[in-house]
Design a protein around this ligand. Structure first.
Ligand code: GDD
Ligand code: MN
Length: 364
């Protein structure tokens, strides 16, 4: 049992007691490995105290080095051939450990995920925001794995799954990392009820979300799917759209620039922003800026034309052909523009991948 901890002192007693009673009832020999990042609340000392009377190893790291790397270090010192990872805050039911372990021991699967999103699984009291974030994150991983809850922090695996596999400890989602890169034939899911943490507070913040996008796109790239880079490109494009609106508004309302000139300025500023971030982040390019930057702008201008043509074709030709009347539902205009924007973003993405940043990629 690998349990990463950061400020979980008040959860340890119950956690250790429930893990041990669940395992001993099922006849599972269990070793608990606590990986603590020098928690200011004294979790480390508390764990040492518990280790006197339970089969337990305590790893102390010098500071908050992250959840994923804590799990990976736990794997190294654990002595079992079946590894189980769970949070310390009692969100994950220790009572499910035997069911997960038995699927591995029977050979039914080499990797078992405690899942909130299959029949019988559930989440307790999550505010809408957290639900939406979780579902959104899960959606982004859709094409990486068939598992329904790849974000879960509760999972069991046979050691052979990660033997000799280079795992990247970025962000919170070490389970997803293992699902994508691990060596296994079958993965299974066991439904769990995800409870509210008993004490303390969650360490998952806004920067984790950005890191997650970075992580997911690396995993897509690992699978050789262009989707990884496209995800970054589309994310930057979304931010660019907000910048466009902000510049348009400020230059027109505050500096009284004519709205059409304001729109041109907004386009150039937003597109420059998009270029910079795509160069640094999406394509990690070292090519010559004085070629790339105008190329990037040119692709965007072409994209804008394409947008107008597509919008026109959908509204005038395609929708009437399908029997959709525009005057009845102006919602269709938005639908048409969404389709057009999506297509244009693919066009821009591929044009920039192949042309603007292409020289670089061929060298790499
Ligand atoms: N050693 C160490 N270092 N442990 C950490 C660190 C760290 O930097 N950050 C968090 N932990 C520990 C916590 O003490 C807890 O035991 C566990 O990792 C999960 O942290 P929480 O702060 O409780 O995370 P969460 O509840 O927001 O997220 C959990 O649920 C998500 C599902 O929505 C995690 O299990 C995620 O992996 C999971 O995706
Ligand atoms: Mn938690």
């Amino acid at each position: 049992m690998i349990v990463p901890t950061y400020n979980e002192k008040d959860n340890l007693d119950e956690l250790v007691q429930r893990i041990n009673s669940s395992c001993s009832k099922a006849g599972i020999e269990c070793e608990i490995v606590i990986v603590d990042d020098n928690s200011p609340d004294g979790t480390g000392a508390k764990a040492e105290e518990l280790a006197k009377s339970a089969r337990m190893k305590v790893l102390h790291r010098e500071g908050k080095l992250g959840l994923s790397s804590a799990v990976l270090e736990g794997f190294k010192v654990a002595s079992g051939s079946v590894l189980v990872v769970m949070d310390a805050d009692l969100s994950h039911p220790p009572e499910k450990i035997p069911e997960m372990v038995s699927k591995i021991e029977s050979g039914e699967a080499e990797l078992v995920v405690g899942s909130r999103y299959i029949k019988g699984g559930s989440v307790e009291n999550w505010p809408l925001r957290r639900k939406a974030v979780s579902k959104g994150a899960t959606f982004l991983a859709r094409w990486l794995t068939k598992v329904k809850d790849p974000m879960s922090g509760f999972f069991a695996l046979s050691r052979s799954v990660i033997d000799g596999v280079a795992l990247n400890p970025v962000g919170y989602k070490i389970g997803l990392e293992i699902l994508v890169k691990g060596k296994y034939e079958k993965a299974a899911e066991v439904p769990i009820h995800f409870a509210d943490r008993k004490a303390g507070k969650s360490k998952l913040g806004g920067t984790e979300m950005l890191r997650y996008i970075d992580h997911v796109s690396m995993l897509y790239e690992h699978k050789h799917l262009w989707l990884g880079k496209y995800l970054k490109f589309a994310f930057i494009g979304g931010i660019g759209a907000l910048i466009n609106l902000a510049v348009l508004w400020v230059s027109h309302e505050v500096f009284f620039v004519h709205y059409l000139w304001a729109a041109v300025l907004a386009f150039v500023v937003a597109d420059t922003n998009n270029y910079i971030w795509n160069r640094l982040w999406t394509f990690k390019s070292k090519g010559k800026i004085h070629f790339q930057y105008p190329q990037f702008l040119l692709v965007s201008v072409d994209g804008l034309m394409l947008n107008l043509i597509l919008l026109w074709a959908l509204v005038e030709e395609v929708f009437p052909g399908l029997g959709v009347r525009m005057d009845k539902a102006s919602v269709m205009l938005i639908v048409a523009q969404v389709l057009a924007i999506f297509t244009v973003s693919l066009f821009n993405f591929f044009a920039n991948s192949i042309w603007t940043f292409g020289g670089d990629m061929r060298k790499a």
